[in-house]
Design a binder for this molecule. Sequence first.
Ligand SMILES: Cc1ncc(COP(=O)(O)O)c(C=O)c1O
Length: 414
Amino acid sequence: MTITPAIESGIDVQAVRRQFPVLSREVKEKPLVYLDNAATSQKPQLVIDALVNYYTHTNANIHRGIHTLAEEATAAFESTRDAVQQFIHATFREEIIFTRGTTEGINLVAYTWGRKNVQAGDEIVISAMEHHSNIVPWQILCEEKEAVLKVIPVNDSGELMMDEFKKLLSPKTKMVSVVHVSNSLGTVNPVKEIIDAAHKVGAVVLIDGAQSTVHLDIDVQEMDCDFFAFSAHKLYGPTGTGVLYGKKSLLEAMPVFHGGGEMIKEVTFKKTTYNELPYKFEGGTPNIADVVAFKASLDFINKIGKKKIRRHEEDLLKYATAQLQQIPGLKIIGTAKEKVSVISFIVDNIHPQDIGILLDNQGIAVRTGHHCTQPLMDRFGIPGTSRASFAVYNTAEEVDQLVNGLKKVIRILA
Ligand SMILES: Cc1ncc(COP(=O)(O)O)c(C=O)c1O
């Protein structure tokens, strides 16, 4: 029997849990223990209601209409932009571009900024712990432009080797694009140091904030990143929407991305002129309902407070790490000093997929596999891991269920 510690963040976790309808369902006739938050977090009733309300009472296309519904839809959509601006402390609201998510945000920069600014022989620096979304767009660009992709190595604890990073920088470096928080390891990277060093050689910096935005306070002005991309669905918000933040001067100088409605000022067959920011990068009808509901997820986070959420998740991380480390044959992959509540692990002689299936039989949802970071798995010489990732609604009792569940899996398979 494990002794469950009090989690002392000051959050009433049971009250929080009651806001998430899915958490009260059963899986395989067991209460659901949802520990796959790094893949996507669950949605509070507030967010679900915002979606239903939008379609029930407002639904209209935005920006172009003069009727009441169109005006209301536009106001709701644009109020999310204001909320995001405040959430990440951007200087201007037009620096917030709505995208389909992190992947689209990074591709937008690679296809527009990249094609304009990267030439043969230039270098782009990423790291060995990047998600495929922050590898493939740069590989495509490098191939097309005959540019060179350089990779910051990772040490055995799962931290970036900063001395090696600094050796990679030179006047040839045009872009440094790194993940703020690793989805596979939980490592929090020293982005301020990375950004300052990259700026000294004149490089532009993109931060992949897919995992960090939900856990850490984000201040893009203080960070001084040039671009910052994230997804709403990892922030208790809807799928299919996200944000690319870019410094206004950079966004203004960039060519357009998707051609079509909304992003134009005037179209003739001779020549098309383009809309101003942020609409210049928002061609076509956007995912209006999900952007509207995204604001409800930011309200949910702001109401509890990021500091309290972080404290709660840190407590869970500490407790889960200590408990898991006691399981014979289990090894945690990713032991950086600065981590968020993500724990990847392997168990001697048991395939991660088998762990995932047998945990699911007990109602426990974890992710298994390479987590879209195949080069990182290669770095550690493993095919994949099992990953438990914790959110504001998880409890120490759920950590106990994971630990006991794993012991059962090991008894069955080892
Ligand atoms: C670190 C990181 N970057 C990028 C992504 C891609 O995000 P999305 O699939 O929402 O575009 C993810 C998603 O898991 C991620 O964890």
